[in-house]
Design a protein around this ligand. Structure first.
Ligand SMILES: NC(=O)C1=CN([C@@H]2O[C@H](COP(=O)(O)OP(=O)(O)OC[C@H]3O[C@@H](n4cnc5c(N)ncnc54)[C@H](O)[C@@H]3O)[C@@H](O)[C@H]2O)C=CC1
Ligand SMILES: O=C(O)C(=O)COP(=O)(O)O
Length: 387
């Protein structure tokens, strides 16, 4: 029996994939697994009883990923599952920034009682006129699941697309339209583009990337779109550049007091992934990842442990060990098990940075003493008998 808790509402389409071996609990302290969207887990005390966290979405800056790795808690996300939802909103953002649709709609609302509204609208519409995106240069910083979709869609709409991503994955590269111009440095994006959209994760290395210096390199009247995270930009500097006219519009999916209500800023209340399709895709992927981990010990799409897949346990028992990626671990594990007279039927060891994961199928049940001995190995964070 496994227990899970949801820290945010999670689509029923995903939750219904939990078998009758699972029950939902309210308390984090009672849960083996956690499903979460944007709830700030960095402010929570995560109990040792938690085995895994499934982020139904992409960004994991709300989860203390490194602390979890240290404790042996495996954190998953759902790569690409909400990318199309975000892509569509970015396109909408570009259009909203180019034509004063919001101003026009508000004007209609304000004049709704006027019996001559039709005539009046024809007279007034010139104040809401704008420009087209076709033929303009779009710079995309980060060509992952979202950035690459935005690139292809913008290309199809007639934009000249520049992409910058020094860590571009092979999959993303294959999916990218050949018309996308490969920018080898981000300065080219700043200097050349009329629209700049950012799609990188929030990391120490990307925080405040769009700062005063970056803005100073940009073209006059540039439009900046931020559907990734507000902390990627120095928004005080952006507001200043909006006031001076250097930036034409800032479209952001993240509300905060710095940008809310400011002239030239279009703030959307974090709706990028709020579509029925994205919510379902994310929930389904997260639940499948958690189930495979809890039931088989397999890891797919973790952000703090390596991928590891041994299928379904065919031996008598399976043990999963999270540990530090240091020498001599495997030999210590096999000695402990060998001393107990146990034969390893199958095993996999994978590493990722400072951490590693070992899965072992045994021909017999593992005695409690052997588990305790494995737990006491220096560098082991967690030993779990999966079966
Ligand atoms: N507004 C919303 O509702 C949503 C926002 N997001 C945000 O968007 C971010 C990106 O999402 P995905 O595209 O799904 O992630 P992804 O992991 O597929 O793509 C991120 C890309 O950024 C690149 N990158 C990393 N550091 C970079 C740097 N310094 N310069 C240029 N490129 C760099 C990586 O190589 C990768 O290709 C997420 O981390 C999240 O913060 C994601 C989904 C929904
Ligand atoms: O997936 C992401 O990174 C998002 O920002 C989406 O957040 P949400 O699941 O809508 O709270």
């Amino acid at each position: 029996m496994f227990r899970y808790t949801c820290l945010n509402p999670i689509s029923q389409k995903g939750l219904e994939l939990f078998s009758d071996q699972y029950t939902e609990v309210k308390e984090l302290a009672a849960a083996d697994a956690v499903l979460v969207r944007s709830a700030k887990m960095t402010e929570l005390e995560i109990p040792d009883s938690v085995l895994a966290i499934g982020r139904a979405g992409a960004g994991v800056n709300n989860i203390p990923v490194a602390d979890c790795a240290e404790k042996g808690i495996v954190v998953f996300n759902t790569p690409g599952a909400n990318a199309n939802g975000v892509k569509e909103l970015v396109l909408a953002g570009m259009l909203l920034a180019s034509r004063d649709i919001v101003g026009g709609v508000e004007w209609i609302k304000d004049n709704q009682e006027d019996p001559n509204i039709g005539k009046l609208a024809e007279k007034q519409k010139k104040q809401f006129a704008g420009c087209e995106i076709s033929g303009k240069k779009l710079g995309i910083i980060g060509l992952g699941a979202i950035g690459s979709m935005v690139a292809n869609a913008a290309d199809a709409l007639g934009m000249e697309v520049y992409g910058y991503d020094p860590y571009l994955s092979i999959d993303a590269a294959w999916n990218l339209s050949r018309n996308v111009h490969h920018s080898k440095n981000v300065e080219e994006i700043y200097e050349q583009c009329d629209y700049i959209t950012i799609h990188v994760p929030l990391l120490d290395s990307t925080k405040q990337m769009l700062n005063e210096e970056a803005i100073s390199k940009m073209k006059e009247h540039v439009v900046i779109l931020n559907f990734a995270r507000d902390l990627l930009a120095d928004e005080e500097a952006i507001v200043k550049a909006l006031q001076s006219g250097k930036i034409k519009r800032y479209v952001t999916d993240f509300a905060n007091p710095v940008v809310a209500g400011k002239k030239g800023v279009l703030v959307i209340p974090h709706l990028g992934a709020s579509t029925a399709e994205a919510e379902e895709n994310c929930a389904i992927m997260a639940v499948k990842e958690l189930r495979d981990f809890l039931e088989n010990g397999n890891i797919r799409n973790s952000v703090n442990f390596p991928n590891c897949d041994m299928g379904v346990c065919k031996g008598r028992s399976r043990v999963a060990i999270t540990h530090r990626n240091i020498p001599n671990m495997i030999s210590q594990f096999s000695k402990i098990l060998g001393d107990e007279g146990m034969n390893i039927a199958d095993m996999t060891n994978k590493s990722r940075g400072e951490y590693a994961y070992t899965l072992m199928d045994m021909e017999a049940e593992i005695p409690g003493e052997a588990i305790e001995a494995l737990e006491s190995v220096e560098g082991v964070s967690r030993v779990r008998v999966v079966r």
